[in-house]
Design a protein around this ligand. Sequence first.
Ligand code: ADP
Ligand code: ZN
Length: 761
Amino acid sequence: MYHNYAEVVVNAPLDKTLHYKVPDTLVPELRIGSRVRVPLGHRLVNGYCVGFPDAPVAMELKEIKEVLDHQPLLGEKMLRLTREIARYYRCTWGEAMEAALPAAVKGERKSARGGALQTLKALRLTKDRVLILEALEGLRKKAPRQARALEVLLESNNGIPLKELSRQSGCNLGGLNSLSSKGLVEIYEQPECRDRPSGLSISESQRPKPELTSEQGQALSLIKTQFSLCRGDRPVAPTVLLQGVTGSGKTEVYLRAIEEVLALGRGAIVLVPEISLTPQAIERYGGRFGNIIAVLHSHLTGAERYDQWQAIRGGKARVVIGARSAVFAPVENLGLIVVDEEHEVTYKQETSPRYHAREVALMRAREEGAVVILGSATPSLETYFNALMGRYQRAILSQRIGQRPLPRVEIVDMKEGFHEGRHTRLISRRLELYMKECLSKGEQALLFLNRRGFSPFVSCPRCGYVLRCKRCDIPLTYHKRQHSTICHYCFYEVKPQENCPECAGARLNYFGLGTERIEEEMGRYFPGYKALRMDSDSMKGRNAHAKALKSFERGEVQILVGTQMIAKGLDLPNVTLVGVISADTILNLPDFRAVERTFQLLAQVAGRAGRGPKGGRVVVQTFNPRQYAILAAAAHDYEGFADRELEYRRELGYPPFGYMARIVLVGQKEERVKDRAQKLAEALRQVASIPGGLLTKVTTPGVEVVGPAPAPIPRIKNQFRWQLSLRSPHSEAIKELLEGIPGGTTGGVRITIDIDPYSML
Ligand code: ADP
Ligand code: ZN
């Protein structure tokens, strides 16, 4: 076929495709999906060829300059998928394409023709350890970042790619070069191709396959019938909600379903929340499928990601395990997408394109004729509702494996018994008692608190003044170990002060609770036992997470204190007690999903207790002991909670009964932001109220425009934030209404649009 013209999508804020001439020399290699270099204005930019028009739109077209890859990076299905994402989430097609490809893959040029081995610069230690350690001491004061780089190298026992080392240690290129000129390290060329990302060891089928329980068997046969419903090119995505309590063997069902799909000659993608992508979890898939699995997560180096992506596209890897963006993995003949913990909010991307991986999984499955399994102990209300309405099949695993009972959950009212004279207790007497009992038997405890730091509020006991970030208007958190008060949004940092700056005189109160404070106080409450904290402050290094878990597993630490990080996925049989320090941290957020998230989190945390034969117990501390989400979580009653919450959502027209879009306006000058927000709201209201007006395609157009108002976090990094939201029973009506709004920045005010928003702050 001979093409004179090509239709190209460039990654620029353009809503349309552009036409270019194809020079004769490029005709043979240019294909649909090819990445190309094209002139745009006075620049050369990258773009993707998406079609070959018969006639050009204009007479004088510019020429395509270069075709960037031997093989197109995006197949036709992926082109259609990205276009649908662009339409649905209101971004440009180019942006959606960019999101579908890892940076490392786009960075590669075809210059290495014929597949010559790529190399990259890496660093390794030269001298022996003792000499390095001596040098390290000397450097600590003078060049702490260089010292850190040496430490990282010492820990790894291996060479580390330059960029990666710089990222991990914070040491820049100059610093690394200086280490090299001191003769402590050497820079060498490392081949880019490794078989496996580090930290992943594959050892096939050590464990024999368990015999399925009857509930698991039923779930699997339901899934199998779905496979027979979809044959290649039919645009259906039969979807199964696998609703199973924690420890009920959902993963085993995924594994069997994957076996099935492989036997059909097709591939699979398993999406998991980043946080539960632990070596433990990956090993389960590796143990079953060996080296045909690929892993994609954010801790991979660019080179590792590149290798994984190529292994998938080349067909070597047929099963992909990964976080959110793995939904775009180039698996040929995809037959199954599993979305594990489908209720997790981390599936929503919070930068453009603001897609939700579960929704994209469904779109992609329709494109590929694949089956989708949505797994959760606490399905999102959207998914649960779809199952109730018969749009999804539902399989239930009601029992834990081995008939282990779910742990007993006790609620403690924080309004009572937390004060002893002037002293405020951190944990209730009941929790203290249970902890003593648990620890003295050689068992382990988890303490959960959804708040980092030592003290989330620094306030004045006399005038009520709260220390806030100058740029973000949110309370600063005191971190004791760093002796610093830090903003969790912009990392603004000030040294703590003793006295109130407002009423001068009174001493500031560093009260309140954070994980760091709990960790510290545990030493006082339970002398002789060790506590360890796991949160994003204490777990910064690449393997910190795995190391901490190992020391807990080995029993060197008896009390694990943490945030979300410990709520999920851990399967530790010696944990017999879980304490929730405060169930109210999420409940009080200004977000219509706050109640749902509280229920989910409590259920998840409780699921960490009693996974072994010794059973388990959970204590939930709260100021709202009668709140229905807390009561339902304590009773392990998902349906009870979900039905009540659905009623509430129905009354207020929230999802899943209505659709939402959130518009956030951000800018330096508050007056301008406010003014734009008001004008925008006015304009939207006017259009929305025209009966049958612009909204011709929709029969009942009703779109409600809510706001404008300052966002719950009214200022971040000195930028003022206003918001408004659109609600309607019809998703199309919202989209039509939004069509007139230009995104991007004008007059110093940036407008972002979030379809199906999750973050309300
Ligand atoms: P979930 O994903 O629902 O939390 P898992 O799949 O992690 O549950 O299963 C919990 C534990 O039970 C795991 O250690 C798993 O190996 C084991 N298991 C799963 N299915 C079976 C089975 N049919 N027979 C015996 N053990 C099983
Ligand atoms: Zn701040």
